[in-house]
Design a protein around this ligand. Structure first.
Ligand code: NAD
Length: 419
């Protein structure tokens, strides 16, 4: 996804968010310092034979942010504009997300600077295997468990798991999650982020007295998360999805869209734009629509101090990572918009990845209903924990999610005698 790399410094934003809970958690300066930097980083240089007989060199990274609560976990991104700073910030977010959802895991992230759109399948396979060989010593089923992320997918995970297994001279299915089902991936992983997000929205709606049947929804982004968010809005709760968008623009229909048909249109034409019977709108206009639920499911930093006062949704459900800046957070809170923060709202993906780890470790297979029910329990519990903290401290949901999550990481570090 070409434009996923943020303009604003995501690491700076993550650090600002840590600062918001320093007072409430009474964090000592040394503790704060640990929270501001990753515990381990590896920069690797990968040489990969290309189809034309040349050799290309690629930079790669793996950042393990904090493992006080368990082995680190986080995706691998293949992107031409990848930077170590973005990877660091996303590794930090993974640390808080795992802690918030009470997973026995720390946070990590990895990436390779490359353009997969310009590479053949063979080149991608050789790159994926080279990356695993380079970070082999740092990862493992009990140490650090990668997963798919931007421009990586179950196919890439299968190659990576295979390379790790070859080096270990035994099958190590548990070293990677997000694998294809026939290589012991989990049921329900594909929809997990959006489904988990909707369980959180359901709880928010109950709390606010909002009836989701017929409630209007706008979704920014129509990839894995955005499409599933639109599909589940209609199929789970009978909401009316009035707007959707992608990198080429957005569409609006007062009568509501059929999310599956929009998906087919996008698959055939390359965009949601031009779907019959809809009005074209910009991504900026989509954010400012008068809807009950707004789901940013694409980019970082789209809700800023410039447009926050024009957001009209009652609920903003952050299924993307980092869609709202700290300044915008304050404006939305003052205006009474109920924001479900990213580390809470989009935790369904890592929760089901954790379920995959558990199934691999015990050689179990959970059916789809079991996965969904366990996901619902975890999302509902986390939502109410964050909501209760927000009410008792009289702070916004972002701050309370950080107080709960960072508080758990700090408690683990202290009990282990690190600080
Ligand atoms: P994806 O690549 O499948 O889809 C991204 C979508 O965003 C595409 O439809 C793309 O066209 C659209 N997009 C790109 N630029 C845009 C722009 N300028 N305006 C509007 N739309 C634009 O990615 P995804 O897996 O759906 O991830 C989306 C977001 O959710 C990211 O922030 C990601 O970090 C976050 N997230 C994903 C998961 C997961 O399980 N996939 C888990 C947690 C968080």
């Amino acid at each position: 996804m070409a434009d996923l790399i943020p303009n604003l410094d995501l690491l700076d934003i993550v650090r600002k968010q840590i600062k918001t809970c320093v007072g409430d958690l009474e964090l000592e300066p040394e503790v704060e310092r640990i929270l501001h930097s990753p515990m381990r980083e590896l920069k690797v240089c990968l040489t990969v034979p290309m189809d034309d007989g040349t050799i290309k060199v690629f930079d790669g990274f793996r950042v393990q942010y904090n493992d006080a609560r368990g082995p680190t976990k986080g995706g691998i991104r293949f992107h031409p504009d990848e930077t170590i700073e973005t990877i660091r910030a996303l590794a930090a977010l993974m640390t808080w997300k795992c802690a918030l959802h009470r997973l026995p895991l720390g946070g990590a992230k990895g990436g390779v600077v490359c353009n997969p759109k310009e590479m053949s399948q063979g080149e991608l396979e050789r790159l994926s295997r080279a990356y695993i060989r380079a970070i082999y010593r740092l990862i493992g089923p009990d140490v650090d468990i990668p997963a798919p992320d931007v421009y990586t997918n179950p196919r890439v995970m299968a190659w990576m798991m295979d390379e790790y297994s070859r080096m270990s001279t035994k099958n190590e299915f548990g070293v990677i999650t997000g694998k294809p089902l026939c290589l012991f991936g989990s049921e329900g992983r594909n929809e997990a982020t959006a489904r988990g997000g909707w369980y959180a929205i359901r709880e928010a709606a109950k709390d606010m007295g909002l009836d989701l049947l017929g409630a209007t929804v706008a979704v920014q982004g129509y990839g894995n998360v955005g499409y599933n968010a639109a599909y589940l809005a209609k199929s789970l709760f009978g909401c009316k999805v009035v707007a959707a968008s992608d990198s080429k623009g957005g569409i609006y229909s007062e009568e509501g869209l059929d999310p599956e048909e929009v998906f087919v249109h996008k698959s055939e034409t390359g965009s949601v734009v031009g779907y019959p019977g809809t009005k074209n709108i910009s991504n900026e206009e989509l954010l400012e629509l008068e809807v009950d639920v707004l789901v940013p499911a694409a980019l970082e930093n789209v809700i800023t101090k410039e447009n926050a006062s024009r957001i009209k949704a009652s609920i903003v459900a952050e299924m993307a990572n980092g869609p709202t800046t700290p300044e915008a957070d304050e404006i939305l809170y003052e205006r009474g918009v109920h924001l479900i923060p990213d580390i809470l709202c989009n935790g369904g993906g890592v929760i089901v990845s954790y379920f995959e780890m558990v199934q691999n470790a015990y050689m179990y297979h959970w059916d789809l209903e079991e996965v969904r029910q366990r996901l619902d329990e975890k999302m509902t519990f986390a939502y109410h924990t964050v909501l209760d903290a927000s009410k008792s401290y009289d702070i916004n949901m972002r701050q309370s999610s950080y107080i709960v999550a960072v508080g758990r990481v700090v408690e683990a570090m202290k009990l282990r005698g690190w600080i």
